[in-house]
Design a protein around this ligand. Structure first.
Ligand code: ZN
Length: 430
């Protein structure tokens, strides 16, 4: 069986040279072929040949979601229209959806990006990959399929939902890898269990992404399906689609394709780099994207780069899982706090429920942070004081900030508060 067919080997010395070449090309390409980029670069005093070191990236202007909206329907277009072979879009929660264009080379790179993910997940061309994510305008289905075919596995393109068909195909075709959201994987696992299909189920791996998941949820579908492993995938329409990064079996972060894009981690307030290994907003610059190149694109996703080498031994850099959105960042007594960091701490307390709310108030000129935390569903109220103390201490250690705690009954917090609306800031009302 062929190994290392798609994965890059990216030791620091050669990677830097590769990234510099890609960065120079991208700036030259965008300047020459995109009026929008050219105007932005000129306004920042940047010429097409002004990049001579990787640090020069910090002189470049940012690209934001507004640039995508303003350029609708083909934002950032940097090739003649006849070279565009496809578009994809992401659902815009506000305003118009974001449309991104692809040349044939972009489609090929998209396929490579995803093929690398299947290789990291330890699949082989003997695997049978069932794709249970959205097809059509969205990048998900297209990406998983392009990658699977490029990788050489048998592809079963079912699309989302339709549990009955999913299960039947899984059994009949002998699917070994499922690509879906974590909640879909859990649904299927429950159905497999309920219908006693474990014997017919040959599934050994699940690649999941596109939504937040709890470790409990993940363990649950891993156990019910008897998996060898499951892998968190990252991606975004702006950077081709899914597959910008994937966990390996070491589960020490997600390996990302640093030869295809540069990640900067910046403080979302100051837009300056954070110290190595700390959390900030991921800002992405593509290195070989033709139709819609990205120059310092502010993803609004929060994560951190993981220093050092993964224990799997691969020379491929890593970032942490996505810890939330930079719009959700709280500045509390001079410290940047992200809801994702709080979820990370709560995971270590089995007595804690998954729902919480952050309430910020100002009393006598001083900011206070109250964390309202639901007790776990089967946990008795008697230990609230101990739980408060333990969680408070863990949060203090992680956030370097004092957090007041209140434990509430399961179901007490409003469920309409989406994952990004956990913060109630009343500091300006007092
Ligand atoms: Zn690894």
């Amino acid at each position: 069986m062929a190994t290392h067919r798609f994965l890059p080997h990216l030791p620091a010395e050669t990677l830097a040279a590769q990234q510099l070449a890609g960065l120079k090309w991208t700036v030259r390409h965008a300047f020459a072929n995109s009026p929008a980029y050219r105007a932005k670069l000129e306004a920042a005093g940047i010429g097409p040949d002004d990049i001579s070191t990787l640090d020069d990236i910090r002189t470049l202007p940012f690209t934001t979601v507004n640039d995508l909206r303003e350029g609708y329907p083909l934002p950032l277009l940097s090739v003649p229209e006849e070279q565009v072979v496809r578009i994809h879009a992401s659902s815009g929660t506000t305003g118009k959806r974001k449309i991104l264009a692809y040349t044939q080379k972009d489609v090929d790179t998209f396929a490579l990006q995803m093929a690398r993910c299947y290789e990291i997940a330890g699949l082989t061309p003997m695997d049978r990959i069932q794709i249970a994510v959205g097809y059509g305008l969205w990048t998900a289905g297209a990406g998983f399929q392009l990658g699977s075919e490029r990788f050489g596995a048998l592809t079963v393109p079912v699309g989302p939902g339709n549990l009955e068909m999913q299960l039947q195909l899984m059994a009949d075709v002998g699917t070994t890898c499922l690509c879906s959201t974590a909640s879909m994987a859990l649904l299927m696992a429950e159905e497999v269990e309920r219908n006693g299909l474990q014997e017919q189920c040959r599934l050994r791996k699940v690649i999941f992404g596109a939504e937040t998941h709890s470790p409990k949820m993940r363990r649950s579908f891993e156990e019910k399906l008897g998996l060898e492993g499951s892998y968190d995938i990252a991606g975004m329409t702006e950077m081709y689609g899914p597959g910008t990064a994937l966990e390996c079996d070491a589960h020490e972060g997600l390996h990302y394709w640093a030869d295809l894009f540069i990640i900067e981690i910046l403080d979302p307030e100051t837009l300056q780099p954070v110290p190595e290994g700390e959390v900030g907003e991921m800002v992405v610059t593509s290195l070989c994207k033709e139709a819609s190149p990205l120059i310092r694109y502010r993803t609004r996703d929060l994560s951190r780069l993981i220093p050092g080498t993964c224990s799997c031994g691969r020379m491929i850099p890593r970032h942490d899982h996505i810890l939330g959105r930079s719009d959700d960042m709280i500045i509390f007594r001079g410290v940047n706090i992200y809801p994702g960091q709080i979820s990370d701490v709560l995971q270590h307390f089995p007595e804690a429920g998954a729902e919480y709310q952050i309430v910020l108030t100002r009393q006598e000129g001083k900011d206070h942070l109250l964390l309202k935390l639901e007790r776990g569903a089967d946990v008795l109220a008697g230990n609230d004081v101990q739980l408060s103390r333990a969680v408070g201490a863990a949060l203090h250690k992680k956030l370097m900030a004092r957090v007041e705690m209140e434990i509430v009954d399961p179901g007490a917090l409003p469920r309409s508060f989406g994952k990004s609306k956990r913060v109630v800031d009343m500091r300006d009302q007092e």
